[in-house]
Design a protein around this ligand. Structure first.
Ligand SMILES: [Zn+2]
Length: 323
């Protein structure tokens, strides 16, 4: 990724300067080399549990659309991937990163929702023989939005989107709760109506005290409310998170975190949006005025806040109007 060649503190002597010059030259040619822009690395979260913390900005050629976190759980019978990335090519990079952690192949992929970076890498892992697991509501969402998601990624990524074929999950869970045992590790999947997308699930590992929250928790950067989001169900999902009281949360976006931080940066913002937009709808305020008057001050320090705040307020106003 960017900035890896720049370690001014390590420039000690002529040899250091030569290395620095060489790295500088390398940085100039890197963008032209296919397949080298994205570097995925899994960091340990708990015993046998890892996370890749993705870029926190918007989708770009540099991050290959993978501006999101990915999880990995290693079992003696195979690796379990939590989400498959945004494209075929970034899925290949994810797989290369898995191989640096374990010799176990990815046998299962759990898609935590229907957003592009949760599942458009499925085709790569399906070709390697992996089973693709998701909630039935996520499958329906993927089916309806997959074509548009891929078209948008092609516009942003150009040839880096090549090879990507929307590939639906092969094993569905339904209802509110499902318990899976994969390679001897327990995975509890909870669906509370979704949130960011209709099929968002929580992936809870009770034996590890780790929660993969998918797009229902954002930290460090502002969350996005999109047309298929339901902030009402999102709050229900958050209540389920608090009930689990996980020691560690791997959010959909941002650093590995805890419940208090997730509450401050995801729940409190959703609550502020709903409270203020409900007041506006109840008072018959015009949507434009409501959006302009939204007070998001406590959340302005989160990345992407300037860009996302008006659209989020707009969509929550419309959601509350429909309720
Ligand atoms: Zn996301």
């Amino acid at each position: 990724m960017t900035g890896q060649g720049a370690h001014p503190g390590r420039d000690n002597g002529p040899r250091g300067r030569t290395v620095k010059r060489w790295l500088g030259a390398l940085a100039l040619v890197l963008p032209a080399l296919p397949g080298l822009a994205l570097e995925v690395d899994f960091r340990p979260v708990a015993d046998g549990v890892y996370a890749y913390i993705g870029d926190k900005g918007p989708r770009s050629v540099d991050n290959e659309g993978l501006n999101a976190n990915i999880g990995l759980v290693v079992t003696p019978a195979g690796a379990v991937l939590i989400d498959s990335g945004a494209t075929f090519q970034s899925a290949r990079q994810i797989d290369a990163a898995v191989r640096k952690v374990t010799r176990q192949p990815v046998r299962w992929v759990i898609n935590t929702g229907g957003q592009d970076h949760r599942w458009l890498g499925n085709g790569y892992f399906r070709a390697q023989g992996a089973e693709l697991i998701a909630h039935a509501k996520a499958r329906a969402d993927m089916q309806s939005r997959g074509g548009d998601q891929l078209a948008a990624l092609r516009t942003t990524l150009g040839e880096r989107a090549d090879g990507t074929v929307p590939t639906l999950p092969t094993r569905l869970v339904d209802g509110a709760d499902a318990r899976l045992e994969l390679g001897g590790t327990v995975f509890e999947l909870q669906h509370r109506g979704g949130g960011h997308t209709p099929g968002d699930i929580l992936v809870w590992l009770p034996e590890k005290n780790v929660l993969f929250a998918g797009d229902t928790v954002y930290v460090d950067r502002l969350l996005a409310v999109i047309p298929v989001s339901s902030t009402r169900h999102w709050l229900d999902t958050f209540a389920a998170i608090e009930q689990l009281a996980p020691q560690r949360i791997v959010p959909g976006h941002g650093a590995v975190t805890d419940v208090a931080t997730a509450r401050a940066q995801t729940y409190d913002y959703l609550q502020a949006l709903r409270t203020q937009m409900k007041r506006a709808v109840d008072n018959g305020a015009d949507i434009g005025d409501a959006v302009r008057s939204f007070d998001g001050e406590p959340f302005m320090r989160l990345l992407n806040a300037d860009e996302l705040m008006p659209g989020n307020a707009n969509r929550v106003y419309l959601e509350i109007e429909r309720e």
